[in-house]
Design a protein around this ligand. Structure first.
Ligand code: BGP
Length: 485
């Protein structure tokens, strides 16, 4: 039996370019889809999390493109890592982080997405970031696409439903491989690829009111991302021998509400449609049969090219990563109580406590998830995101956040148990290691960081950094490699 975390376990932190960088129009960067997501500051917290305010519409999108400056577009200011990266990476090193998961902004490298030549200033920015990480011996895990797509690709091509996006994306990835092959340790083509289904604007750059056949557009777009994923796996292995390239989903762990067979069947379908489908394609290399039935019953006919099946089969991923925040209940009943959760609205579990944003916290579910994934694929696993969004209060220059430390330690303990169960888990990156703009609720006050950023929802503040109590909890966890858990 393994006793716990291996010596070379990769403890780290994660961010995404659109949420942390700011500098949305600096260094030659083009406008991207996340820069266009508005926040309405006069709404209550409940309203802000209501899907009707969060859903991207053509009207909001077209307006955003005409507005200059940060106005009510929080992704445009982020946490200003674009100008603070040296200070941030020094703090990551002080914490003891072994790996930093960050994303590269497509629009910083190709401002329109289909430009002939890459933007040298954008490439230089990431060279500087990576050099700074190397200075402290911090390894690098790069997400090639974390939701933010250059707006020109929506306007001229209609987003990922257009097959031409595959080649444009592969060209972008190739540029990254050429420039950063000696810098990056782990590559990830797509953040939470199943977002294409649960949040198509984020995942596949679709605006719902423009799609007469929305479901088809979603699955067609996902197919293009699967093919792009396979092509990029192939390219990485050819261009960078020995490179490690993985996939990622937002992993939604479900429990059947009761032992009623109807609930069990709903649970099976929930697991298949929200989780297994994606990892089955990218790790096993083919569309699973259960999806064919789903597509037939929903009249979804995906256009596939003859070479696609071989690409999927021959270029599967080296490792599987996932985000894990909460668990939910599967039930055949229509009137089960719901959470206020904003990643997806979930069915309530009476045995679990929820975060302030309605996410049901469940460390045991992480152990279960790790076991299920490893059992099915037998590939190394990486927890690419896990964390707690909460309001924090600064008192005399200190932030006491025992809730965040508790969340961290309970989930770390669950990982340790999973490793003892025999799971091959090689890393963990806390989301977001530094406060950043929340992806779903588009606000600064939903703070995940162990490093505080002095900025409010509207971007007012000094943007000074401050260590929270949880900073020291994680520092000790890393230094002791989980032996005190
Ligand atoms: C994941 C995203 C992240 C991140 C996280 C927390 O889905 O990959 O970008 O933001 O969720 O979500 P939120 O910011 O909505 O609280």
């Amino acid at each position: 039996m393994n006793n716990g975390f291996p010596d070379n376990f990769l403890w780290g932190g994660a961010t995404a370019a659109s949420q942390v960088e700011g500098g949305y129009d600096q260094g030659g960067k083009g406008l991207d889809t996340q820069d266009c997501k508005p926040q309405y500051f006069n709404l209550t917290s409940k309203e802000k999390n209501d899907w009707k305010y969060k859903q991207m519409t053509s009207e909001k999108y077209e307006l955003a493109k005409t507005v200059k400056g940060i106005a009510n577009y929080p992704f445009r200011f982020g946490s200003q890592e674009y100008t603070h990266f040296k200070e941030d990476i020094a703090l990551f090193a002080e914490m003891g982080m072994k790996i930093y998961r960050l994303s590269i902004s497509w629009a910083r490298i190709y401002p329109n997405g289909d430009d002939e030549e890459p933007n040298q200033e954008g490439l230089q920015y990431y060279h500087n970031v990576f050099d700074e990480c190397h200075k402290y011996g911090i390894k690098i895990f790069v997400t090639i696409l974390h939701y933010a797509v250059p707006v020109h690709l929506v306007d001229a091509y209609g987003g990922w439903k257009n097959r031409k996006l595959i080649d444009l994306y592969v060209k972008y990835a190739k540029t990254l491989f050429e420039n950063f092959k000696d810098d990056v340790d782990y590559w990830l083509p797509f953040n939470e690829i199943n977002a294409g289904r649960f949040n198509p604007y984020n995942g596949v750059a679709l605006i719902k009111d423009r799609e007469p056949n929305y479901d088809l557009a979603v699955y067609q777009s996902l197919h293009h991302q699967f093919v792009a994923n396979a092509k990029v796996v192939k390219l990485a292995h050819e261009m960078i021998p020995g490179s490690k390239i993985g996939c990622m989903i937002a992993r939604f762990c479900h429990y059947p509400a009761t032992c009623d067979p109807a609930d069990q069947l709903t649970w099976l379908h929930d697991e298949q449609y929200t989780n297994w489908f994606y990892t089955d394609v990218m790790a096993r290399g083919a569309y699973p049969k259960y999806m064919q039935r789903y597509f037939d019953e929903h009249h979804i006919q995906i256009q596939m090219e003859p070479e696609d099946a071989d690409l999927l089969k021959n270029y599967t991923v080296d490792f599987i990563s996932f985000s894990y925040y909460f668990t939910q209940v599967s039930t055949a009943s229509d009137d089960w109580a719901k959470t206020d959760g904003n990643l997806v609205i979930a069915n309530k579990n009476p045995y679990l406590k929820s975060s302030e944003w309605g996410w049901q916290m469940d460390p045991t579910g992480l152990r279960i998830t790790l076991n299920e994934l490893y059992d099915r694929y037998q590939k190394p696993l990486f927890v690419a995101e896990n964390g707690l969004g909460a309001h924090d209060t600064v008192e005399n220059g200190k932030i006491h956040d025992p809730y965040r430390s508790e969340y961290l330690l309970s989930h770390a303990k669950a990982m340790k148990e999973a490793i003892k169960d025999g799971v091959d888990l090689f890393g963990y990156t806390w989301w977001g290691i530094i406060d950043l703009v929340s992806c779903g609720s588009i606000e600064m006050c939903k703070r995940y960081g162990m490093i505080y950023v002095d900025a409010d929802d509207e971007g007012h503040g000094t943007f000074n950094r401050l260590k929270k109590d949880s900073f020291y909890t994680y520092q000790n966890l890393i230094a002791t490699n989980g032996s005190e858990l």
